[in-house]
Design a protein around this ligand. Structure first.
Ligand code: FMN
Length: 191
């Protein structure tokens, strides 16, 4: 599968088979992620990898509880409230792996360097590599607030200078979802 095929065939996958992911497989994904460009080649990423359904489910439960508890202060999330109050809704979809791209704050001037941007590029590389390996992935914004708490970072041995950017669940898909429609892009030609 070439890169254009992977771009077109990637989908947000929210249902996974029972097959586990091992460390060598995750290593291939991370190796692809770090081929992303980064400002001043600072490569500001750190990857937190949770492997195994029970470990991921524990994170899902805690991250969801935090999200539900903070709904009042997050008006943008209100339209998802019903889903989040459903006790059966698993924000990490029973995935066998969760990879979180954290950005490390740097001393470089903020006008030149935005570590979170670099980490988004790494995250997209990771998701495209996953697709090429027939692995499904889904970026889970719902998990980010809990993953960014000082207490959570401390628990995982990450210093306070780390910022949670991209929580991505990965696993073997039960099926590939249909493509979602894209708006016609607005292009301002300057030729
Ligand atoms: C920043 C970001 C946050 C997202 N958060 C969630 C999420 O919390 N839960 C979820 O199920 N999907 C989440 N998604 C996946 C999007 O819903 C999905 O990419 C979008 O609907 C387009 O579908 P596609 O990826 O299959 O093209 C997120 C995607 C991005 C880029």
């Amino acid at each position: 599968m070439d890169v254009l095929q992977a771009i077109r065939a990637r989908r947000a996958v929210r249902a996974f088979t029972d097959e586990a992911l091992d460390r060598p497989t995750v290593q291939v994904l991370v190796d692809a992620a770090v081929q992303a460009p980064s400002a001043m080649n600072l490569q500001p990423w750190t990857f937190l990898v949770a492997l195994g359904r029970e470990r991921v489910a524990d994170i899902a439960r805690r991250a969801k509880a935090h999200l539900v508890a903070s709904l009042d202060t997050g008006p943008g999330l209100l339209r998802r409230t019903d889903m989040l109050h459903d006790p059966h809704f698993d924000i990490l979809y029973g995935a066998p792996a969760l990879i979180v791209v954290y950005a490390a704050v740097s001393d470089a001037p903020a006008a030149l360097v935005r570590p979170d941007q670099d980490c988004c590029l790494a995250a997209q590389n990771l998701m495209l590599a996953a697709r090429a390996m027939n692995l499904g992935s889904c970026w889970i914004g719902f998990a980010r607030p809990w993953l960014d708490l000082p207490a959570t970072k401390d628990e995982f041995g990450l210093s306070a200078e780390h910022v949670a950017v991209a929580p991505i669940v990965v696993g073997y898909p039960q099926a590939w979802p249909d493509a979602t429609a894209r708006h016609t892009p607005r292009i301002v030609w300057c030729d």
